[in-house]
Structures are given as C-alpha cells and as structure tokens.
Design a protein around this ligand. Structure first.
Ligand SMILES: C[S@@+](CC[C@H](N)C(=O)[O-])C[C@H]1O[C@@H](n2cnc3c(N)ncnc32)[C@H](O)[C@@H]1O
Length: 190
C-alpha cells in the first residue's frame, strides 16, 4: 500500500492510487469502465473501496439489503449474494443467477441471515428513516462481523450507524458515501 494512502482519511482521488496499487499485485478487479453507475446505486468510488477491502479480506458471501447494481458487482467479483429486497417489482425484474438468492423482506421483521455469512451490506430499503431495521438486523445476527454501509453522508444512515456501531471500528476513514464497520475482535487487512 502506498504511503500516501496509509493511515489517512481517504478521499476520492486516493482510490485511483489504491486501485493502481492493487492492479499491480494482480488482485481481482472488475472492469468498471463497462459498468453504468447511477446516482441511486453504488458509485464507482464506493465500489473501488469495497473491491480493495474484498481483495485484502477473505469474505466469499454477503448478505445485501437492497438489490441492484451492488448485487451484480459482488457477483462479478465472485461472492455469493443473499439479497433482502422490499420492492416486489424489483424482485420481479431481478436477473436470476446461481449464487444470487433474492429474498422478499418487509423492511421491518427480524430475519435470520444464513449462518455461514459474516459480511453484510446495507443499501436499503429506499429512504433513510426506514433503514433502522436493516442496521438492527445486522446487530442481531451475531455471525455478522463486518458491515459495509452505503449512504453514510445522509442524516438517518448516520444516526443508525452512530446508534448501532458505536462500539465497532471503521475500516479506512473516508469522505466517501461508503464506510465499512467491523467488530473490535476482528482483524482486517489492507
Ligand atoms: C438506493 S437502491 C440501491 C440498490 C443497490 N444496492 C444498488 O447498489 O443498486 C435501494 C432500494 O431502492 C429501491 N429502488 C431502486 N430502484 C427503484 C425503482 N426504480 N423504483 C422503486 N424503488 C427502487 C429498491 O427497493 C432498492 O432496494
């Protein structure tokens, strides 16, 4: 890892350096040039941080809250995705693939995540005030030791993060829309 991006608050431009560094080491890299990143979905900068994290830490499966572009990115990277989605029309339109399991969720009920999945990604339901149950479910499923949070710059996501992850650590403090939180007894690399 370049000295430039070690131990500092990551900014957007630092990710290009991280990516170049990772590419030199032949780590897995999705061809982001052909991906259509949109405003409501995970953006390129978010993905570069997530990809760097996944290249340095062994997670093969993810529980995702909010189906969409992120599902495709995790899938292409090689992760199995267990996706909780609240919106019936999104589920109907979802592309069915092996290793992508889409589950209808009402956005409130307590759900048991698969026991063999330690990683979660929160990017739904649409909104913010209504996302408390997404965070709560990650806390209640004790096997989850790391949570990738999207939209951290928003008032309500910030509120739920501060409420539920106050005693977790943050992986690479950044100014991005994505932050990665992990339990204190977990050691992350990268
Ligand atoms: C902000 S989206 C992000 C989903 C995904 N993680 C991504 O990166 O694309 C979160 C939620 O918005 C809802 N959503 C996305 N597109 C929608 C649409 N066209 N109409 C209604 N709801 C939509 C879905 O329920 C989805 O779970």
């Amino acid at each position: 890892m370049s000295e430039l991006v070690k131990n500092k608050i990551l900014k957007l431009e630092d990710l290009e350096i991280i990516e170049a560094d990772d590419l030199k080491k032949s780590m897995i890299s999705i061809d982001v040039a052909e991906i259509q990143f949109g405003a409501a979905a995970v953006q390129k900068a978010d993905w570069l941080l997530i990809q760097h994290f996944l290249n340095h830490n062994v997670y093969r499966k993810v529980v995702e809250i909010g189906y969409g572009l992120s599902t495709e990115l995790f899938y292409r990277f090689g992760l199995a995705v267990h996706s909780l989605e609240t919106h019936p029309s999104i589920i109907k339109k979802a592309v069915k693939k092996d290793n992508i399991n889409i589950v209808k969720w009402d956005g409130k009920e307590k759900v048991s995540f698969p026991r063999d999945i330690n990683l979660a990604f929160i990017d739904g339901p649409f909104g913010g005030p209504n996302r408390e149950f997404s965070y709560l479910n990650c806390i209640c499923n004790y096997q989850i030791n790391c949570v990738i949070c999207h939209d951290v710059q928003r008032e309500y996501d910030r509120k739920w993060i501060d409420k539920y992850f106050y005693n977790w650590n943050v992986y690479k403090k950044s100014t991005l829309r994505t932050e990665i939180y992990y339990k204190r007894d977990v050691e992350l690399n990268g």
